[in-house]
Design a binder for this molecule. Sequence first.
Ligand code: 13P
Length: 256
Amino acid sequence: MSRRYLIAGNWKMNGSLPANAELLGELALQQERYPGIDMLVCPPSVYLESAGRQLGGNMQLGAQNLSDQTKAGAFTGEVLGAMLAELGCRYVIVGHSERRALYGEDDATVARKFAAAQAAGLVPILCVGETLDEREGGGAETVLARQLGAVLGACGIGAFARAVVAYEPVWAIGTGRTATPEQAQAAHAFLRGQLAAQDAKIGDSTRLLYGGSVKADNASSLLSCGDVDGGLIGGASLKAAEFLAICASAQALSTN
Ligand code: 13P
């Protein structure tokens, strides 16, 4: 089947009201040039409402994190999935390696967040990926299987009909060191195989994004891989020209 490319910008903890307005203004002006792809921006949560008002027709809004709780209550500092949905979010990133490494999110927490996202009607973008040590020790696939398996075990394969998976090798995030197209394709094929082993149709239809130092000049070779259905872009999503060039690469490869 042909999966529609999703080009997602993870702004991480960056932005300001004026900078966001400038960036989103440029994206909104250009988005009509990429009708065959889905464009997504994931600003910090405090900017979601204002960003939502500045989107062009082809652009969607996503959050970077959510609470693992499914009901409002006494959880100081947390943001409920339903609140994100109320602001117009369609997607939410869960299990980003920065949250796993810096904020202690383990596989069980990530699985609860994945379920909480879906309970609120949001599409989780589940991030998985190995560290350099794990790759060099030959354990990359074991890590991917464990991270994906934790969510599969908790939520079931059916949940992946409404989810996106992002392969983000930790050693490629923010380092300028991108996975080669061969490395990305191999990891994506492995992840798709894990899903397909449980449900061939869901394995075939689930979008798998690559993330880790994607830039305008390497996007096309990564997006050309058969099992790469888009990108989760960090640094390059903060520059309109870079992000749009990545969107243009996806559009050029798109069959839509
Ligand atoms: P960079 O594109 O800055 O490497 O970040 C990737 C990432 O972590 C996206 O979620």
